[in-house]
Design a protein around this ligand. Structure first.
Ligand code: ATP
Ligand code: MG
Length: 431
């Protein structure tokens, strides 16, 4: 059959009665009644019912087989009046084996087994909807940075070392030399700001040897990293991040209506994202019975609780927590002049989970060196890093944001593994 004449189901469903069409896709369901067969045919755009009279072979079709079918369009018998295809001719392109390894109909299969059979799992429209939305979030991010004049960069993922803590590094045997998978493009994005690009972003793989098995950590994820120069302070960075969030959500609402509907997710564009100092956040938490020490980070429970308080008070699902303690931040975060115990940094919490960390970076070589000393980091040992600050480096700052984490929080998915096609964690290296 002539595939060049193929049309998508969503187009076919809009056709006038008696139009001749050719469709192709997967057999979602088969029902036989005497010499009548009813087939639900699914393609990437929707599901079409095919009515077949006298095609006796069809009753032997198996679910998820691929067929090409042609015929005429008629108004269906169902109350909805949805169009059907009256079959005239068909071809079996590929017969699916039975039984299927996962249950696509009742959706009873556990996530782990679903991921073992991810290409089948994604045939469930509720699952593919997640990835269509993820694709839109990705595109919206690229479009946002482009329209704001950021330059896209791609930096090495095999590196000699990072500026973050060494504990999370995956070691690689690089021609008998030690190398590591990149845990952040931090060094390189700062380098490219100093190089004169001023505003850069990268969307790429980030590797972290996190042994913990949580619903928000992977060992390989997609990082959205941004860095910009000539900033007044960290508020300039938060301004950009806030606009990015608004833009992503607006684009998703506009372009993913069908997908949001099947996932039963309602999105709202945030008005103004509150910026609350860590000290203040801790007081707010304490009032609700959660006590944290001055130097503590927010744990998962604290993130959930502050999100709840902010949602109630400001009707916003986002919150910037600012002024993180120096003890919890890396050596390159800038400290404000008047308080050396905190940093010009922030986390962005979305629906109760951190999705991004950002900061103004220390660009003054002597101070940076001193801060390195305080944290036990020898700047000279990070190849190529210290020179960035020696030959003309503007004030700058940026963020690291997890795409998978962002999509998880956007769609309120329980487990980050649902928002990535083929997750990697301490127990999983396949498929
Ligand atoms: P967390 O506290 O959740 O472990 P982090 O503070 O260690 O995260 P950062 O170094 O701030 O992580 O990374 C920036 C962003 O990258 C995070 O806000 C998050 O969105 C994402 N991210 C970090 N680690 C992971 C991971 N292991 N799996 C998925 N996403 C991650
Ligand atoms: Mg962080």
């Amino acid at each position: 059959m002539d595939l060049s004449k193929r049309e998508y189901v969503n187009e076919v469903l809009k056709k006038k009665d008696d139009s001749k069409v050719l469709v192709a896709g997967w057999v979602q369901k088969i029902k036989s009644m005497g010499n009548l067969n009813f087939i639900d045919l699914r393609d990437r755009t929707g599901v079409l019912q095919i009515v077949a009279k006298g095609f006796n072979d069809l009753s032997k079709l198996t679910p998820e087989s691929v067929i090409v079918a042609s015929g005429v369009i008629k108004k269906g018998q169902k109350k909805s009046g949805e169009k059907e295809l009256i079959l005239e001719n068909y071809e079996l392109m590929n017969k699916a084996e039975t039984p299927l390894p996962i249950d696509l109909v009742q959706e009873t299969t556990q996530l782990d087994k679903r991921i073992n059979n991810r290409f089948l799992d994604v045939r469930n429209p509720k699952v593919s909807a997640i990835f269509k939305i993820r694709s839109e979030v990705f595109k919206a991010t690229v479009d946002f940075f482009s329209k704001e004049g950021f330059i896209n960069i791609n930096t090495p993922k095999i590196t000699s070392a990072g500026v973050e803590s060494g504990a999370e590094l995956f070691e690689v045997n690089y021609f008998n030399k030690k190398a590591y998978l990149s845990q952040s493009p931090q060094i390189y994005k700062q380098m490219m700001v100093a190089a004169g690009f001023e505003k850069v972003y990268e969307i790429g793989p980030v590797f972290r040897a996190e042994k913990s098995r949580t619903v928000r950590h992977l060992t390989e994820f997609t990082g959205i990293d941004m860095e910009m120069g000539f900033i007044k302070d960290e508020n300039d960075i938060m301004d950009v991040v806030e606009e990015l969030m608004k833009y992503i959500i607006k684009r998703t609402i506009n372009n993913c209506k069908y997908e949001l509907d099947i996932l039963n997710v309602k999105l709202e564009i945030p008005q103004n994202i509150p910026r609350i100092k860590m000290k203040e956040v801790k007081l707010m938490l304490e009032k609700e019975g959660k006590k944290l020490k001055e130097d503590d980070d927010l744990d998962a429970e604290a993130e959930k609780l502050i999100a709840k308080i902010v949602k109630k008070k400001h009707n916003c699902e986002f919150v910037f927590v600012t002024d993180y303690p120096w003890s919890k931040r890396p050596f390159y975060h800038m400290k404000p002049e008047n308080n050396k115990n905190i940093t010009r940094s922030f986390d962005l919490i979305f629906n109760g989970t951190e999705i991004a960390t950002g900061a103004q970076r220390e660009h003054r070589y002597n101070i940076l060196k001193q801060q390195g000393k305080e944290k036990g980091v020898n700047l000279d040992s990070i190849k190529g890093y210290n020179d960035i600050f020696r030959f003309g480096c503007p004030t700058h700052g940026g963020i690291g944001l997890g795409l998978d984490r962002m999509v998880q929080c956007l769609l309120k998915l329980e487990n980050i593994r649902e928002s990535i096609l083929l997750p990697r964690d301490p127990d999983r290296l396949t498929p």
